[in-house]
Design a protein around this ligand. Structure first.
Ligand code: SF4
Length: 157
């Protein structure tokens, strides 16, 4: 039976006041070290499973990049993560591949990259579409949610 792969990226632009997830604000210099470690663990995942008495199937039918806010990573780091996944697992055709995004982090370069990495679903977290409410829980990022989420004209028809 194919596996589902979940990878946490525990970095955020700011820490929301209500959030209990294992995530926080870190310097971007930490991101590279984290990705290095995650990629090393993916590379060794079969061996690690065996050491823990399990069997790791190489076939996967879903990938979920959660957090945190995975889209605070730079393009090269995200790309490296997806390349490492595809080189070490057998991603089945039709797999659901999701990235959690904060609306204000969706740049044109990122929107170009994600489909090329096989991403076919984004999960957008918007605390509120009322700016005043968003600012009260997330003063530096979510307050832009209602302004930054734009539906392309072609998708709105
Ligand atoms: S963006 Fe999400 S994960 Fe990050 S602090 Fe806010 S609620 Fe928590």
């Amino acid at each position: 039976m194919p596996l589902g792969l979940y990878i946490s990226v525990p970095f955020c632009r700011s820490k929301c006041s209500y959030c209990n997830f294992a995530s926080d604000v870190f310097s971007s210099s930490i991101f590279q070290r984290y990705i290095d470690r995650v990629c090393a663990d993916i590379f060794r995942s079969a061996e690690i499973s065996e050491e823990m008495g399990g069997v790791s199937d190489r076939a996967i039918d879903s990938v979920y990049l959660g957090g945190g806010t995975p889209t605070v990573l730079d393009i090269a780091e995200l790309q490296r993560l997806f390349v490492t996944i595809s080189q070490n697992f057998d991603v089945q055709p039709g797999s659901e591949i999701t990235v959690e995004c904060a609306p204000g982090t969706l740049t044109p370069a990122l929107l170009d990259l994600l489909p090329r990495c096989g991403v076919n679903r984004v999960s957008l977290g918007a605390q509120s579409f009322i700016d005043q409410e968003s600012r009260s829980v997330c003063p530096t990022s979510a307050c832009t949610c209602s302004r930054s989420m734009k539906i392309p004209a072609s998708a709105a028809n």
